[in-house]
Design a protein around this ligand. Structure first.
Ligand SMILES: O=S(=O)([O-])[S-]
Length: 104
């Protein structure tokens, strides 16, 4: 059984507004620096490992990457470690940006 949920941009916005998840960006650092979802943290290996070991497993977690593939693997890993509410952004930052471009 899948231990995380895939969410659209619209669903992720609702999630952010309602539950203030921890937001993890697993793209390259330079791309994170060039722009990221507000309040997202860049996940490097060390942060990932320390979160897996020490973070509150009941706190929702929203993970995104470029197009929504890498984030699924990471989401699965957090799910395997017992995190209870893990979400992967379908379409990744590309979709997020596209959506926000259209709104402007
Ligand atoms: O970031 S990605 O795995 O979707 S290309």
């Amino acid at each position: 059984m899948k231990n995380f949920k895939t969410v659209s941009v619209a669903e992720s916005e609702q999630l952010i507004a309602a539950q203030q998840p921890m937001i993890l960006d697993c793209r390259d650092l330079k791309d994170y620096r060039a722009g990221h979802i507000e309040n997202a943290m860049h996940v490097h290996e060390q942060l990932r490992d320390s979160l897996l070991r020490k973070a509150d497993k009941t706190k929702p977690l929203l993970i995104y990457c470029y197009y929504g593939h890498a984030s699924e693997h990471l989401a699965e890993m957090f799910g395997d470690f017992g995190f209870q509410a893990v979400y992967s952004l379908a379409g990744g930052y590309a979709d997020w940006k596209e959506q926000h471009k259209l709104e402007r």
